[in-house]
Unconditional design. Sequence first.
Length: 277
Amino acid sequence: MTLELAVKPRGPYSLALSARVSSDATRTFRDGLFTAAFDVDGAAELARAWQSPDGIVSIRAETARGASKLRWLLALDDDHSNFLRLVRNDPMLGATSRALRGLRPLRVATVAQALLRAYCGQLIEAKRARRLEQTIIRTLCAPTTSDLAALAPSQLRALGLHARRGASLVRICRALELERLHDVPTAAVAARLERERGLGPWSVGIVCLEGLGRYDYGLVGDLGLVKLLRAMRGRPVEGWETAELLEPYGEWAGLASVYLLAGYSRGLLPVDEPRAA
C-alpha cells in the first residue's frame, strides 16, 4: 500500500462504533483496524483504516481511487449532526443519540452486494443471513452487478438462497446496472425496486442505506424493529407497523432505524424489555 491519507470526519464519528459488527466476506474490523477488499477500475484492491484518539481517521490504500472509495464506505464525510440535534430531546432516541453519537452505518462496496444482502436477509436472523452472503461471495463471485448477472439461479440455490430469491436477484442484475442507481432519487429507486417480486420496503432500505449511502429510507419491517414495537405495545405486530416508529424522523428515517436497533440492543430505549448487547 503506497498511499496514506489522514481524514478529519465531518461531525461526530466513531470508527469503533460504526464498524463494530461490519465484518463480512469483503471486510474485517479487528483491534481497531478496518480492512476492506473491493474492485477499483476492474482491479482488486485492499485498503485499511484506523482512528487515532484525536478523531483523525488514517486510510492506507494502493491508489487514490481506492482511498476515496474507502472514505465513502466509512461515511467519513456524511455529517449527521442535524439528525443528532433533531433527536436530542426525543423521548425514544434521545438517550441513544447521546450515548452513540459517533455511530454511522457503513456502506458496502457495490449496490449489487447490498441487494444480495437484502435477499439473504429476508425472513431469517442476521447471523445466518450474513453467513449465507459470505458463502455466496467466497464461493461464486465478487459482489458486482455483472458477476451476479453471470450466475445461474441454481448455483445460488445450491448454496442456500431460496430459489425464487436467487432467480429474482439474477434477473435484476441482468436487467439493470445497479451502480447507476447512485444517480437516481431515492423515491425513484424505491419505485423501481419494489416493482420486482420479493423486494419490499426492508430490502429497499438495505439497498438505500448500505448500497447507496442514503439516510432517508427506513428499514420498515426489520425483525429487530418488529421485536422493539412488540415490546412497546405488548402484543404481536406486523412488519408494516414499524413504519410508525420511523415516521417522526422524516428524511432521517434510515439513520433512525440504525439508532433504534442499536439503542434497543443496548437497553437504551424506554421500553419494558431492553435487550443486552
